[in-house]
Design a protein around this ligand. Sequence first.
Ligand code: 6PG
Length: 253
Amino acid sequence: MALKTDTNAPANRPANVIAVADAAALATAAARRLIARVATGGRSAVCLTGGSSPQDLYRLLATEPWRSQVPWDRVHWFMGDDRFVPESDPRSNMGAARAAFLEAVAPSQNIHPIATNAADPETAAQLYENELKKFYGADRLDPARPLFDLVLMGLGGDGHTASLFPNSPALAEKTRWVVGIAKAGMEPYVPRVTLTFPAHASTREMLFLVDGAEKRPILARVLGGEDLPANRAYSNGELVWLIDRAAAPETTA
Ligand code: 6PG
């Protein structure tokens, strides 16, 4: 199914929608795609996401047969958005990713958290933007040389993705790579720090993970081409929606 192309996203291409049986199949399919993106070549970079949808995938990555297929020394792990809470807080996206797999398998120098212990979200955003630029080796993103090999994304019940909520001025950000979000549009209502659309787009593949019946209404709206933040996300490489049957609108199930 092709998504309606967002006019704010010049680099957008029609999305692929891949429907699998259930949440377990979704995690397995995502693990395969992740490994395919990081298994070859030199250094690679994955941008993780928060929420519940990627947690099964994260646990799989620390478990055989997946664990030994990831070249842990060569893969760097970033977070596309985080809640402005300490990593020890159960609401922390990086805290959850560390507990699910990173602390068991990834060298600590390859883990790149957002500094949620900075003075405020805006400072944390600036620090993370600097870190991304240093990793990338340039201050400007070149569409021919993606920052990430894979970017994971989730879909919120209001159509948000990362911490890019409906009606937020951050949706229109074209220059900054990372911004602070003073007010979240959905629970948990804590300030956020989020990569912007252009930073997320700098990837070989953007992979949305959407599962569960409660996502069906919002997914139907997204796949129907409605102007929602998740539909404004674009990728300079592939753009894939990996969904399970429970989340799939009737036309894609
Ligand atoms: C966050 C997320 C957010 C998430 C969606 C979906 O920090 O809240 O990054 O964008 O991906 O809200 O979350 P679920 O997978 O829990 O439904």
